[in-house]
Design a protein around this ligand. Structure first.
Ligand code: PLP
Length: 399
């Protein structure tokens, strides 16, 4: 008899976005004449910049020529891309990262889930609440039981407090999905110091770093002194360069970053992850990595920035419009997400239903991101401008 991994049974019934999808499909069946505007799932709408698609077309041509054809690439990613990342994303900000510390992957979702393989089953995990669901679910699937939630609500300005009991693995995501919050250098330093003192690890997800507009806000955990000893950083081309359908991301593991065996012996996480990649991963396609490389060209940077600016203007329209209507709004600066306080003491799902039926707008109930998200609601600014404006009009009419 084949036995299943029963940890799966500990997951909540359905992944958040599947539940939303199901509800929307049911609504559509009964209301086929209504146009639905999606401000729910965080997927981009602007097409890939032409400098990126041109680079990918060229790479395709290379694949069709025997002299330039590429088979399996390096598991860790092509050097040409790792060099650009090292130079453009880190060196230019005064951060030292070696190109060999960068691992190219097919998504930060898989990376933030797969990284848990490096750590012992009994590790104590700390996650902010509300949170990007992947962190929690991947640890549940792995069988970790000791999960500590760090509530982030308006009472603490959505800034997590240090865990009450010592934790080994700590997930931080800034700019934050879903709350849109950012942390200052001083606030991040508290976490780096905590991790150093407790021999813990910080898993720092900065998938939205390109949305940071305020000078003083750090883009990378490695801007904080001492972070190289305690942090892994995750980044993605998805929301920054429109790669949600292309798939390319990377993570950084500094070479001095250590974990410990049960006997207390030090082991470098970089070599463990490298070993894991060579065992389980055959790299991201050459064509994709050529597209990602083009993000760093002068033209690529201009085009990518134009798209980000477009989404940032969308988020301002939503933020200002909703504030004028009297909604209590958080996020929406340095972030493509609006985190809204549900009015009239309704639950997040009640507000979801109301918004869907009365205004035909799909958002994401805050409670889907964790218990502390109850009473809140997330709207994304990744839509087309006309839809954002139409959505605002519909919300106005909803009253
Ligand atoms: N990390 C966070 C915080 C996200 O919100 C998302 C996507 O929504 C991801 C990672 C996933 O990124 P990718 O498309 O690279 O898998």
């Amino acid at each position: 008899m084949i036995q299943i991994n029963e940890n799966f049974l500990n997951l909540k019934d359905n992944y958040l976005f599947s539940t939303i999808h199901q509800k929307v499909e049911e609504f559509k069946k009964e209301n086929s004449n209504r146009k639905i505007i999606s401000l729910g799932i965080g997927d981009v709408t602007q097409p890939l910049p032409s400098s990126i698609t041109k680079a990918m077309e060229k790479a395709c041509q290379e694949m069709s020529d025997i002299t330039t054809f590429k088979g399996y690439g390096p598991e860790q990613g092509y050097e040409f891309l790792r060099e650009e990342i090292q130079k453009e994303d880190y060196e230019k900000r005064g951060i030292y990262i070696d190109k060999d510390e960068i691992f190219i992957s097919d998504g930060a979702k898989c990376d933030t889930a797969n990284i848990t393989e490096l750590f012992d089953m009994n590790s104590k995990v700390a996650i902010t609440d509300p949170v990007y669901p992947v962190y929690l679910d991947s640890n549940i699937i792995a069988g970790r039981k000791d999960i500590n939630y760090l509530p982030c609500t308006k009472e603490n300005n959505f800034v997590p407090e240090l865990p009450k009991e010592r934790c080994d693995i700590i997930y931080l995501c800034y700019p934050n999905n879903p709350t849109g919050t950012v942390l200052t250098k001083e606030q991040l330093k508290i976490w780096v110091d905590y991790a150093k003192e407790n021999k813990s690890i910080l898993l720092f997800d900065s998938a939205y770093e390109r949305y940071i507009t305020q000078e003083e806000i750090p883009h990378s955990i490695y801007e904080i002194e001492g972070a190289r000893e305690v942090a892994i950083e995750f980044r993605s081309f998805s929301k920054t360069a429109g790669f949600t359908g292309v798939r390319c991301a990377y993570l950084v593991i500094p070479k001095e970053l250590k974990g410990y065996t049960k006997q207390g012996k030090e082991r470098f996480l970089h070599s463990l992850w490298k070993r894991r990649c060579s065992c389980k991963f055959n790299g991201v396609s050459y064509i994709t990595q050529k597209g990602a490389e083009a993000v760093y060209t002068e033209e690529g940077q201009k085009q990518v920035q134009r798209n980000i600016q477009y989404y940032l203007e969308n988020v301002s329209i939503l933020k200002e419009g909703l504030q004028k209507l009297g909604y209590e709004i958080y996020g929406g600066i340095n972030s493509p997400y609006i985190w809204l306080r549900v009015p009239n003491n309704k639950t997040s799902w009640e507000f979801f239903d109301e918004l869907l039926t009365k205004a035909n707008i799909v958002g994401t109930p805050g409670s889907g991101f964790g218990n502390a998200g109850e009473g809140y609601f997330r709207l994304t600014a990744f839509g087309q401008r006309e839809e954002i404006l139409e959505a605002m009009e519909k919300i106005k009419r909803m009253g």
